[in-house]
Design a binder for this molecule. Structure first.
Ligand code: NAD
Ligand code: ZN
Length: 530
């Protein structure tokens, strides 16, 4: 779990901003929402009054409307740096395109829609609305006319004409559920498949599958950590049995595959069945491999539950198992038919595993997403679903261009040539994410040394990884052992190591060869003297 997140949620929720004309119920509905979601509620107008120490009509009278608008703009910018708030925006706050852009980048903005009659009725009694002084009815109609186009331009709207704020809050929550789900598409190799990303998707996985034409029978494959948490509910909606493998990389073996075949046969699984992987990368890789070979190939779908599996392992159809001689030595390409990524499962993911996933998420930013890199570098942000979506998009874009790792897919190997060496030399005492984090720093130093990257990139990378709680140096390993382990990496070609190296945030180059003495020096530079 992300240590900086609040409550039990691993990902920081986005702000929810309610917007609409005076009388649309932004405050009343906002308060109900905040209570239900256990979030703090911010009424922008009330906050401005607090900050100014006077009421809005007084600000208008004494300082003028421009002073008020300036305070409103400052507050929008401030709120955009926060997360997990329910915000009631002032009626004119998002008329200004800059305020709107700032709020839309940081919040789900929901417009509360009401008829003129309802607005007139609700605002009749109010005497705290400076823009509606005097003949309230005429003033309100003029205001609505003036802002008609702007108000109409908000795409996400809820009918707020009813008088029960709880019911309107329910409608907002339903809309947020829909908006929180994104569908990305992996096009290559054909046939294309969807990656559905959202929260609380597991309990409706039956609908998501049947909508795409996948019907029973299903069988669910999971591991001994994930199954007790999620398999029962998934099996229930799919009317399926679960096959559970002991958790851990040490069980990513041909013996486990044999167990899967045996259980599939016992359950009477035929080629028409769909095999469902529910777990981290180990379960995804093994289930996909079993599906690629059982009865010469059965359809499978992936429900990744670790951050690493969500941003990396679940995409691209590489499936397989380890041999005693090394990791991932036996495998195939067998694409899933759909990937359903429920970020709510991250709430139970151990913190260490979350950090492992962050190493891969950061790698994606470094390869191809300078904005994501900036978000991570700024360090204010708590991980959000948007981070996952952007990292996922990086992997999908690469796989779409090079599904079988003939060229650019090797970019995903950034940090991994040295990372794999460290991981193996430590006899897997360093986790994959930790080893990759050190590898990313080391390979960036190498890129600087050969003039591929600008000086300073490795330091920047080191700062971000430290912020993410990942190591950037190793301690006890002997350098020759690391170097030997690097050479057994299966990505070498023609006997020479070829690195994917970073150029700058958002850009990397593949196929880089590096003089042997530089490899040695680089490894020394990331070894901490005891
Ligand atoms: N196919 C690919 O392209 C690809 C890419 C990268 C990595 N991989 C493979 O992925 C594997 C690593 O993936 P991983 O880090 O997910 O390992 P993993 O599957 O072992 O999961 C890590 C740990 O977290 C537990 N876990 C997972 N989700 C959980 C949840 N929601 N709540 C509580 N516990 C949970 C697991 O039981 C396990 O103990 C490696 O075998 C690697 O080779 C494959
Ligand atoms: Zn990796």
């Amino acid at each position: 779990m992300n240590p900086s997140s609040s409550g039990t949620e691993a990902l920081a929720p986005q702000n929810i901003a309610l917007y609409g004309p005076p009388g649309s119920g932004k405050s009343a509905v906002g308060k109900v929402l905040a209570r239900q979601l256990k979030r703090s509620f911010i009424d922008m107008d009330a906050r401005i009054e607090e900050l100014a120490g006077k009421s809005i009509p007084t600000i208008f009278a004494e300082d003028g409307e421009p002073a008020f608008r300036k305070m409103e703009a400052d507050l929008c910018r401030q709120l955009s740096g926060e997360s997990g708030r329910v915000i009631s925006c002032g009626g004119g706050a998002l008329v200004d395109p800059q305020n709107r852009a700032v709020m839309e980048a940081s919040s789900q903005v929901i417009f509360l829609d009401c008829s003129q009659e309802v607005l007139l009725r609700r605002t009749k009694k109010a005497d705290d609305r400076p823009l509606l002084s005097g003949d309230k009815e005429a003033q309100l109609l003029a205001l609505l006319e003036k802002r008609r186009e702007v108000y109409a331009s908000f795409p996400n709207r809820v009918d707020a004409s009813g008088d029960n704020p709880k019911r309107i809050a329910q409608a907002v929550l339903a809309l947020l559920d829909d908006l929180g789900t994104s569908i990305l598409r992996v096009e290559a190799p054909p046939p294309a498949y969807d990656v559905i990303l959202g929260t609380n998707l597991l309990h409706r996985v039956d609908t998501l599958l049947s909508e795409r034409g996948f019907n029973p029978p299903f069988v669910v494959v999971s591991d001994s950590n994930v199954a007790p948490l999620y398999a029962e509910s998934v099996c229930k909606v799919l009317n399926a049995e679960a096959v559970v493998i002991p958790a851990g990389e040490e069980h990513k073996t041909l013996e486990s595959i044999r167990t899967l075949y045996d259980r599939f046969l016992e359950l009477g699984i035929e080629r028409s069945a769909t095999i469902v992987a529910l777990g981290g990368g180990v379960i995804g890789d093994m289930t996909g491999f079993a599906a690629s070979s059982f009865m010469r190939g059965v359809r499978w779908v992936n429900l990744p539950t670790s951050l690493l599996a969500m941003v990396d392992a679940s995409i691209g159809g590489k499936v397989g198992v380890d041999l005693p001689q090394g990791k991932n030595l036996v495998g195939a390409f067998h694409q899933p038919s759909v990937v359903i990524t429920d970020t709510a499962t991250l709430d139970t993911l151990p913190e260490k595993e979350f950090r492992n996933g962050m190493a891969e998420l950061f790698k994606a930013a470094l390869i191809a997403d300078p904005l994501l890199f900036e978000w991570l570098e700024r360090g204010d942000g708590k991980a959000t679903q948007r981070w996952i979506e952007r990292a996922l998009a990086v992997k999908i874009d690469i796989v779409n261009v090079d599904p079988f790792e003939k060229n650019v897919r090797a970019k995903l190997n950034l940090g991994h040539t040295i990372g794999h060496g460290l991981e193996a030399a430590s006899a897997y005492g360093l986790s994959h994410g930790e080893a990759v984090a050190i590898g990313l720093v080391a390979e960036a130093r190498m890129a600087e040394a050969i003039g591929l990257a600008k000086n300073g990139l490795a330091d920047r990378i080191e700062v971000v990884l430290t912020q993410l709680g990942l190591p950037t140096r190793f301690q006890t390993l002997a350098i020759p052992k690391v170097r030997t382990a690097m050479s057994s990496d299966k990505k070498k070609s023609g006997g020479q190591l070829r690195f994917a190296l970073p150029i700058e945030p958002g850009a990397a180059e593949i196929g880089q060869t590096v003089p042997e003495n530089l490899i040695q020096e680089t490894l020394e530079s990331v070894k901490e003297s005891a």
